[in-house]
Write a protein that binds this ligand. Sequence first.
Ligand code: 9MR
Length: 609
Amino acid sequence: MRRLTPRLLGMAAVALTTSATQAPPAPIRIDQVGFETRGPKIAVLPSMQASPLAWTLTDARGAVVASGRTIPAGPDSASGESVHRIDFGAFRMPGTGYHLHVGATASHAFAIADRPFAPLATAAMAFFYQQRSGVPILPAFLEREDLARPAGHAPDIATCFAGRDQKGVQWPGCPYRIDATGGWYDAGDHGKYVVNGGVSTWTLLDLHERLAALGDANAFADGRLALPEHANHVDDLLDEARIEVAFLLSMQIPEGTRLAVAPDAGVAGKAITRFETIDASGLVHTKIADEHWTTIPTAPADDRQTRFLYPPSTAATLNMAGVAAQCARIWRTIDPAFATRCLTAAHRGWAAALRYPALLTSSDFTGSGGYGDPDVRDEFTFAAAQLYATTREPSFLDRLRDDRLFTDPGTEISWGSLRLAGALTLATLPGGMLPADDRAMLRTRIAALADGFVAEGKRSGYGIPFAGTNYPWGSSSSILNRAIVLGVAWQIDRKPAYRDAVVASVDYIVGRNPLDRSYVTGIGTRPMQYPHHRFWAAAADPRYPAPPTGVLSGGPNSAAARELGPMKGCAPQTCWIDDYRAFTVNEVAINWNAPLVWTAAFLDATRAR
Ligand code: 9MR
């Protein structure tokens, strides 16, 4: 695909944003999904006033039902504003058509309801069905008929990349092909990446395990989601996650396979000068993807690019091993044969990664994302954690202790950082599965991390547990992944501040932000409308559909967007534009929607009853 120059993006963006048919931004920022009847209720008002201002809350008939004074929070560098908070949590009357007012300014209309986050969780899950590869996307399971499409990449069978990469290195290819039909497309592109599939699937499977522990095991019971598998007597969240688990397994190299690999690939400062033939049994290919970027629009079935397998890596192998270990314990009773397949794959992957602990990913190929990760220590820890949780084999516990996971669980979850994901799994294993002192230490450290996030929420103008000013590519997920940590901390120790911070994170995502945006399509008063996606591409070509409901934008990207025309000089939380060409801020991805599902489902499961 042609990458945009800042100049092009700037021009295009102006045309698009002026043609948008949406309510103008409201000066009082709220969660546009609504508020929980008995949950926290915080709105934010930018104002230079140093002293508190009077606010009122009106109901659908315009009657004042609550009032109070704003809490000035002062200047905030993330938003570039000075802000006041409006805390109306004491008001607990469900209804619709509420407005907040300060002087002559008002919020959008909003609702107060017992379960505002349930529809968000369901809509966010629908994304995954629609990202499926290798199967037709059928009208019966869609909100609109125009979202249906024929199967893409059916089948998706490829051999290893052969030819020159961007740096002129000649790759030798391989004598075999792998059938990797199925799985989910990663994002707006048609690549399927094991590394990003790993964190996304971990997130959904983790949610599944946690919902049971939180007393809401039926949240996604069979029939709850619109899926072809909706009547197979298996939990629908698991049906969806299995699509990707199967893909991850398919990317594993069969026993007895020899393959030429580049030992210097991905090593900083080193060029690839040699290939070495190894026993690649059990390693996992990093991705299956197009040789060249396709343009927007391209429906998956119309992709005419050559697809290749890209070299195996230690990171991909350990992503697969960790998720396969999760699979082995979750499907043990549901589908024992599948669980056994998963466990075998996990052990084979682990053994292969130990044999080749430093096979890094080359980011020098065209046509697909890099997902290059120079540090695979956290992937080892993650896989060991999942394998230990499933097998309780002492060697994995030894490894986790050597890795010092119990004293240092990590600080963030992302596609390239899985240590904390492993830690969260272990921290809530049933008592007795981990030695008591390791467990206690780990839980203390996770609580400390969560306390730090809560403290950041107090420093952040918009009250989110992310006070920094570096908003990376996919910042929506950076915030929601912190919310996952807070949710797990709440599961361990029910401090209201932990859950409130999860609410604050979701509030931000669906409207309580300086752009007064819901970053989720079809959700809220001013949702994102023009994601970077090759099929949901109505903005590029009216013969293609507009996006479905429930798709999360990557969100503000301070690093990339500051350079772009209309966003030049933007404050971090405002470095975003609703333009399908702006892939650094407005793409959608499986690893971003997954934490949206997690947090929305967590809030619904743990609502005050
Ligand atoms: O989410 C990824 C982000 O962390 C990286 O900075 C960025 C550039 O390498 O790539 C993002 O992932 C993209 C992937 O490479 C290809 N499919 C779309 C993903 C979301 O933009």
